[in-house]
Design a protein around this ligand. Sequence first.
Ligand code: GLY
Length: 396
Amino acid sequence: MIKINCFILGFTLIFLSCKSNNDKKDESELYVNNILHQRYEKLLDYPLDSLGFPRSFSRNKNTLKKVTSKDWTSGFFPGNLWQIYHLTGNKKYRKLAEKWTAFVEKEKFNGGTHDMGFKLLSSYGNGLKSVKNKKKYQDVIVKGAQTLSTRFDENIGSIRSWDFNIDIWQFPVIIDNMMNLELLFEATKITGDSTYHKIAVKHANTTLKNHFRDDGSTWHVVDYDTITKKVRTKFTHQGIADNSAWARGQAWAVHGYTMAYRYTKDVKYLNRAKRTAHFFINHKDLPEDGIAYWDFNDPKIPHASRDVSASVIIASALVELYGYTSQEEYLNYSKKVINSIKNISNTYILPQDENIPFILDHNYGDWSKRAEMDEPIVYGDYYFLQTLLRLKKLQS
Ligand code: GLY
């Protein structure tokens, strides 16, 4: 119990490790908290713009990349504001979060993407926890789930991820898509209609069958034949090679299956999450600070870029995952999370003179586009804040 309390307390305060010198600990906690609060305020400074969701910042070009609500990342900026509100209780963040969230609403009709969960849960899903008009937020989530369901192929047993490259792929499904299932599970909880839940379970089962390798890692993309409904090919789109382990993909898998276990209590999902978590956190090429290289198979390791986003996505998942595991596993997972969050807080928070609406640096965006490689990116912040919130919840 002592260990658990130390761990939880430490987490919330970020620097924990249960030092004996309390004064020193207080100083460092205060220091990190101050730095974080100053960074949070940079988000308040960003002007409201229904067509300009901040996505990332290129230091080479000295430009902020802005996107419209159509982009898969649009919900994360409002999501960050909601989460900062939940962490700090400061109503300024909440007010702004509500305004930004409204700009995402029209996405509930956008059937051209599987990223509905990313967009609507980060914005409306987080807002639902504290907004007065819950019905309005629930309606958006349910409409979004209905729209997402139109991408489901019953015979393949999956939701189609992408619509581009139709001359090369037939029915591509990416591991990231596991994250969007939460929207369907939530829609069933709201409406009592099990259709959404069933689609999510089918997708999770099909992905479980076809996406994973014997070493515990996941392929990025599995393409299905639309006539035979069987697997055509397995490959990567964002990793360095088809058979490589793209770090964020591994993290999506762990987060996605941990979440699927939460809604179903199906132990095969829990085992899947643990297996892939094991691959990631015990990998020989995971640096000591716990911040993964963007791809575990980049030949440039140890000089390859890191991906903070992968490490915070998995850290957040591990906080939930160890809640479902034995004491021994729990201690193993918790040590890893403490380590990476501590190091992120030490080394990866942006300096105060960078007047951009982000918190962390050194995320790795998209190798296929050679874009956002080693930059502040909105979803890195989102899963960092989610981890802090999950830890705070544990404490309370
Ligand atoms: N879902 C897209 C990405 O992780 O880059």
